[in-house]
Design a protein around this ligand. Structure first.
Ligand code: DGL
Length: 274
C-alpha cells in the first residue's frame, strides 16, 4: 500500500471543493459538480497509485481516505466530496466522526431513483466488491425490495480499463469482450434486466460499452448528479457557497504523476461552458 501524495501547492485559502477517488472515476462526479456550481474552485485528487480501492480491506481504506482528506485540507479544501462509492462505504462515517468540522459528502449507488422509476423493474447494480458486500447498499435495497427485483454484480475489472485510459470513444476489443461475458447472463431469460445502476464512479466512463451489450434499451442510473446536488445543499447550509460570479478553476493532484495528463484530457472533454 502506498501512502501520501505529492503536493505541488502551498495554497492555504480554504475555498475549494475537494473531490477524491481511487483514481479517475471521481471525474464523473466532478463533471456534475462543475455543471451545477460553475463559479466554484475545485481540487481533484485521484489516488491512482492505490487503485483499485474495491479490492482493499475496510481498515486499509480508512487509512488511505484519512490521508487523502488530511492532504486536501492542507491544500485549501472547504468541503470534501468522496467521489467513490467504495470509499464512502468503507470510510465516510469514520471520517465524519474524526473531522466533525468539515462537511463531508459521500456517494451511494443510485438505487432509489432506479426503484422509483416505476414498479416491477429488474435492476442490475454493478459495483466493486466492497460496495456490493457493504451495509449501505443492502440497507437501500431492503427499502425498495417490494418495488423491484435487484441483481448485484461485482465488476472490479472495469476500473483497470478506465485507469489505463480505455473508456467510451476508444474502440477496445478486450473491454467489449469482458463486458459481454460479464453481462450476457442478464440479457435474456429469467434474469433479463431492464435497468442498470452504476455503483462505481469509474463505470459511467464505459456506459456506452455497457449499453451496447444489451440488444434492447436499458435505463442507466448513477449517483453523480445526486451527489452534486447534495454538495450544493451542504455548502449553502454551512454558508460556504462561493459568492462571486466567476469561472471555475480545477487543480489536479494524483498519487501517480503519470495519470495527470489523462485526468486533464478527460476534463477537457467535459464540454462545460457558461
Ligand atoms: N471509483 C470507485 C467507486 O466508486 C472505486 C474504484 C476502485 O475499485 O478503485 O467505488
Amino acid at each position: 500500500m502506498h501512502i501520501g501524495a505529492e503536493l505541488f501547492t502551498n495554497e492555504i485559502k480554504k475555498n475549494k471543493i475537494a473531490v477524491f477517488d481511487s483514481g479517475l472515476g471521481g471525474l464523473s462526479v466532478l463533471r456534475e459538480l462543475v455543471m451545477l456550481m460553475p463559479n466554484e474552485d475545485y481540487l481533484y485528487f485521484g489516488d491512482s497509485l492505490n487503485a483499485p480501492y474495491g479490492m482493499k480491506t475496510v481498515d486499509e481504506l480508512k487509512i488511505l481516505c484519512r490521508k487523502n482528506l488530511e492532504m486536501l485540507l492542507q491544500n485549501g479544501a472547504k468541503c470534501i466530496v468522496i467521489a467513490c462509492n467504495t470509499a464512502t462505504e468503507a470510510a465516510a462515517e469514520y471520517l465524519r466522526a474524526e473531522f466533525p468540522d468539515i462537511p463531508i459528502i459521500g456517494i451511494e449507488p443510485a438505487v432509489k431513483p432506479a426503484a422509483m422509476q416505476g414498479m416491477n423493474h429488474k435492476i442490475l447494480v454493478m459495483a466493486t466488491p466492497v460496495t456490493i458486500n457493504g451495509g449501505k447498499l443492502h440497507r437501500q435495497i431492503e427499502k425498495y425490495k417490494d418495488r423491484a427485483d435487484f441483481y448485484l454484480l461485482e465488476s472490479p475489472d472495469i476500473v483497470r480499463f478506465v485507469e489505463s485510459g480505455i473508456y467510451d470513444g476508444h474502440e477496445n476489443e478486450e473491454l467489449k469482450l469482458y463486458l459481454k461475458n460479464l453481462l450476457k447472463p442478464y440479457t435474456c431469460g429469467e434474469n433479463k434486466i431492464d435497468s442498470i445502476v452504476l455503483g462505481c464512479t469509474h463505470f459511467p466512463f464505459v456506459k456506452e460499452n455497457i449499453k451496447a451489450v444489451f440488444p434492447y434499451e436499458t435505463k442507466i442510473f448513477d449517483g453523480a448528479e445526486g451527489t452534486a446536488r447534495q454538495t450544493q445543499n451542504k455548502l449553502i447550509e454551512n454558508g460556504l457557497r462561493a459568492q462571486e460570479d466567476k469561472k471555475f478553476n480545477i487543480d489536479i493532484l494524483n498519487s501517480d504523476k503519470n495519470k495527470i495528463d489523462l485526468c486533464k484530457q478527460i476534463i477537457a472533454n467535459f464540454n462545460i461552458d457558461r
